[in-house]
Design a protein. Structure first.
Length: 497
């Protein structure tokens, strides 16, 4: 471990299975190196804001993490093998590749252009388009990956047409994905959190755990505020502020969806693709709505039948269907293959950033960053401040690691036994508020971290510059977090002091 002092911890982390919507498996560190364990993630975030080069920042942070771990620069290949050679990353990679090909097929079939033209006759104002995006994002409540990957490409032509910035579109995609998923009792998030609860305090089985989770949802202030904020801003009831206001002024007044010098997550191979010359009359139903229906029906149907949404299979089926349909519409096979290759090239920037994010998360976990944060804050927990400090703790861990599910696996065995100890083993307002704060805090850190996979996918879906998305969304996330903290503090002082 080099020159760093090693601390032993007694934190047991559970591994996530490959079917957890692509969330990475959590390593099982038995040591941490104190505050040094936070350096890689904090360095990545600081460099990303300073240089606006997320790839460079993550790569430098990975090297620094390896130096702290005593592995040196030549440990990079092994780090990449550890971080990327697992079912979780391969699942994300395949989903993104399918998305790239599907979007390319949509563009070659003139579907998105025709959809934007028709919807443009009904949604003529910025307010209407933003509200439509808000409703669409909330409808896809079962997957925080599927939501931005569908909402972004479907809305992008509309938002560009009415003068909405790509940063605002990415914000809509991001703030209606994970915050919405964690509020729905029959989402994968609810199942995962319920599974972690079993065996803690009076929670004896999954049915009791799910019931406990459902009763806690009303106290998940951050998720409610984050979702509501999108609707309030879209309706004009809350004005844009901070960097988002400047981005919106640029888009509406100057006609620039992207800032000068911005590097959108979706490359020119996709963003500038033209319809095939064989498509003389766009067939919106066959070429657009049916593929979308295939994706949604397979994802929702598999979730209803098995409790696990088959996202990859849904997109694979839609790609196969649309490829056959375009071939039947006289688009040559050579053109379809070339279009597929362009679609794959178009998602390379997002894949590279995701790969480095997984790598920095892996080295942070190996250094025991989350375990250090838990150990450093454990002594502060009191009944009055337990929900508030749980929210802060989860926010810090999820922001520095980029994973909310991993944060839940880390903090659940710490915070919830403390809550039940304070409540005498009973299910009461304190234990419910603690679980809600845990769920909301994990979403908050993941929501605004540039290392988060869902934040990256929102930038990709909206074809936005990733750091522009992070910078413009951060003030909104912080505002929602501040209001949540105030509410937890008020509850603590009134109910448990």
């Amino acid at each position: 471990m080099g020159c760093c002092k090693v601390h032993h911890v007694e934190v047991t982390l559970r591994s996530l299975s490959p079917d957890t919507q692509g969330d990475e498996a959590i390593a099982e560190p038995v040591i941490h190196v104190g505050a040094w364990s936070l350096v890689p993630a904090l360095l990545a975030v600081a460099l990303a804001f300073l240089t606006r080069e997320a790839v460079f920042s993550l790569l430098v942070a990975c090297v620094v993490g390896l130096l702290i771990a005593g592995e040196g620069f030549w440990g990079l290949p092994e780090l990449f093998q550890r971080a990327l050679g697992n079912p979780a990353f391969i699942w994300v990679l395949l989903v993104e590749l399918c998305i790239g090909v599907l979007v390319a097929f949509f563009l070659r079939s003139a579907s998105t252009e025709e959809f934007a033209r028709r919807m443009g006759t009904r949604l003529r104002s910025r307010k209407q388009v933003q509200l439509f995006g808000w409703f669409l994002g909330m409808l896809i409540f079962f997957s925080d990956y599927f939501s931005p990957l569908l909402t972004g490409p479907v809305l992008r032509s509309l938002t560009d047409r009415v003068g909405i910035s790509r940063e605002k579109l990415a914000f809509i995609c991001d703030s209606t994905s994970a915050p919405m998923c964690v509020l729905v009792p029959f989402s994968a998030w609810a199942i995962f959190l319920s599974g972690l609860l079993v065996g803690i305090g009076p929670i004896a089985d999954t049915q009791a755990a799910l019931s406990f989770f459902i009763h806690s949802v009303v106290l998940d202030f951050y998720a409610w505020i984050a979702v509501a904020m999108v609707g309030l801003i879209a309706a004009g009831l809350v004005p844009d502020f901070g960097p988002m206001r400047r981005a919106e002024n640029r888009a509406s007044n100057e006609g620039k969806p992207l800032a000068d010098g911005a590097v959108p997550m979706m490359s020119v191979e996709l963003s500038e693709m033209k319809p095939a010359e064989q498509i003389t009359r766009p067939r919106l139903t066959v070429n657009f709505f049916v593929p979308l229906a295939i994706v949604v029906s397979i994802a929702v149907g598999s979730y209803a039948a098995t409790g696990s949404a088959r996202i990859l299979e849904a997109f694979m089926s839609a790609v196969a269907y649309l490829g056959i349909v375009l071939w039947l519409q006289r688009v040559p096979m050579k053109d379809l293959v070339a279009t597929s290759m362009q679609g794959i090239k178009g998602v390379v920037p997002a894949l590279l950033l995701l790969a480095l994010a997984y790598s920095i998360n892996a080295i942070s976990q190996e250094l025991g960053a989350a375990a250090y944060v838990v150990e450093a804050t454990r002594g502060w927990l009191t009944p009055t401040w337990l929900p508030l400090l749980t929210f802060v703790l989860c926010g810090l861990i999820s922001f520095s690691t980029g994973t909310s599910w991993g944060t839940y696996a880390i903090v659940m065995p710490i915070a919830m036994p403390v809550a039940f100890e304070f409540s005498g083993g009973a299910i009461d307002s304190l234990s419910l508020a603690t679980l809600a704060a845990l769920a909301g805090g994990g979403v908050f850190g993941d929501h605004c971290s540039p290392l988060s996979d869902t934040t990256i996918l929102s930038s990709f879906g909206a074809a936005s510059d990733h750091m522009d998305h992070v910078k413009t969304q951060l003030p909104y996330a912080l505002a929602a977090a501040a209001l949540s903290l105030a509410l937890y503090a008020a509850l603590g002082l009134v109910w448990w002091s």
